[in-house]
Design a protein around this ligand. Structure first.
Ligand SMILES: NC(=O)c1ccc[n+]([C@@H]2O[C@H](COP(=O)([O-])OP(=O)(O)OC[C@H]3O[C@@H](n4cnc5c(N)ncnc54)[C@H](OP(=O)(O)O)[C@@H]3O)[C@@H](O)[C@H]2O)c1
Length: 328
């Protein structure tokens, strides 16, 4: 059983802890927060936990793995410190603000003989293997993957504030927050694209509220949509020489229906968990327990392809983060 510590005390951390406990691979042991009140409030539902507001004390504590769910731009420095302290790190998506940061985290993990994971939950869904198997005898002609959901932080934004998720200082915006899921779907199914474009509705800070991009592969392209100022109910689709496969979504995939060019409809049997974070939590615990560097490296190769692509897309739309000045 892995001793788990957490950074960030918002709802997503409760969700991850629930999944971690359900996986039976972890026991939550410690909470780091900037305030003791918040640490106590978070810990209330989990019994006796160690509470930390001092960063050095937290890193020196007896933990195996730390889950990081702070604002995006903090992930890199926090994960680097966690790895340097000899602990494994599970970092919420987007794990980094720039591809350069990911290279540094990979090197740091290798140097300290620990593992680092991006909590990109859709990359771990079994549906992708089932879809890949179904597509093996077909020629891919293209795909559409989108994720757009009206943000609970929109009223704050409209009232003139800058919530973290819309902040250039915190590496926010639609592409980094939700667009990462469609990009992961494309990379998981088709590998790294050769190049990518992105055009967006942007705030004066350059952070995107909504955007549309294309990922270019040899012989086809994938259209990507991301949005935080509106909700899309549009499904995802994969186009082949033999027909179209329609998915309910490109994350938490629960249905896949193929309509052949002559109109025959086939429903694929898709495995999925109700808890969207359970499979990734299981995978990370297994990789740590088995010291499975090969598997962890495969996930990092996918993460690198995703972050290289996101960076190319950001450059196309001229979305600039404070973090771009720090490392690159
Ligand atoms: N996988 C998923 O489905 C999913 C869903 C939602 C979010 N996420 C990811 O989870 C991460 C957190 O998202 P969120 O919406 O929960 O973010 P958030 O509310 O802005 O911040 C999360 C936590 O980070 C700490 N924090 C906030 N502002 C900070 C600051 N200025 N300096 C240092 N710490 C600060 C706070 O904890 P304390 O006050 O206790 O220090 C807060 O509870 C993001 O990377 C997001 O992409 C993933």
């Amino acid at each position: 059983m892995l001793k788990l510590g957490i950074i960030g005390t918002s709802a997503i951390t409760h969700n991850f802890v629930t999944a971690a406990h359900e996986s039976q691979g972890y026991q939550l042991s410690a909470v780091f927060s900037r305030s003791l009140d918040k640490a106590e409030a978070f810990a209330k539902s989990y019994g006796n936990l160690s509470l930390f507001t001092d960063w050095a004390d937290f890193l020196a504590s007896d933990l195996d793995v730390i889950y990081i769910a702070s604002p995006n731009s903090l992930h890199f420095h926090q994960a680097k410190a966690v790895l340097e302290a000899g602990k494994h790190a599970i970092v919420e998506k987007p794990m980094v603000s720039t591809p350069a940061e990911l290279h540094i985290l990979k090197d740091t993990a290798a140097k300290h003989q620990v593992l680092v994971f991006e909590a990109a939950r859709n990359h771990h869904e079994p549906a992708f293997q089932q879809i890949r198997n179904f597509l093996t005898d077909k020629t891919i002609l293209g795909a559409y993957f989108g994720y757009a959901k009206y943000s609970s932080k929109m009223p704050e934004l409209l009232a003139g504030q800058t919530p973290n998720v819309f902040s250039a200082d915190f590496s926010g915006g639609a592409l980094m927050d939700l667009g990462i899921y469609p990009v992961y779907a494309a990379v998981t199914l088709f590998g790294k694209p050769q190049t990518a474009t992105y055009k967006a509705s942007q705030l004066p800070s350059s952070v995107d509220l909504r955007g549309s991009g294309q990922l270019f592969y040899d012989g086809f392209y994938v259209t990507i949509e991301a949005g935080k100022n509106m909700t899309s109910y549009f499904p995802s689709e994969i186009y082949t020489d033999q027909g179209t496969l329609t998915l309910n979504a490109c994350q938490h995939i629960q249905s896949a229906v193929f309509c052949s060019n002559d109109g025959q409809v086939t429903e694929l049997a898709i495995d999925f968990e109700v808890d969207t974070m359970l499979t990734e939590a299981q995978h990370f615990a297994q990789a740590i327990e088995r010291k499975d560097l090969e598997l962890a490296t495969d996930w990092l190769i996918a993460a690198q392809a995703v972050h290289d692509t996101l960076y190319t897309m950001r450059q196309d739309a001229q979305i600039q983060f404070k973090a771009d000045l720090d490392v690159n």
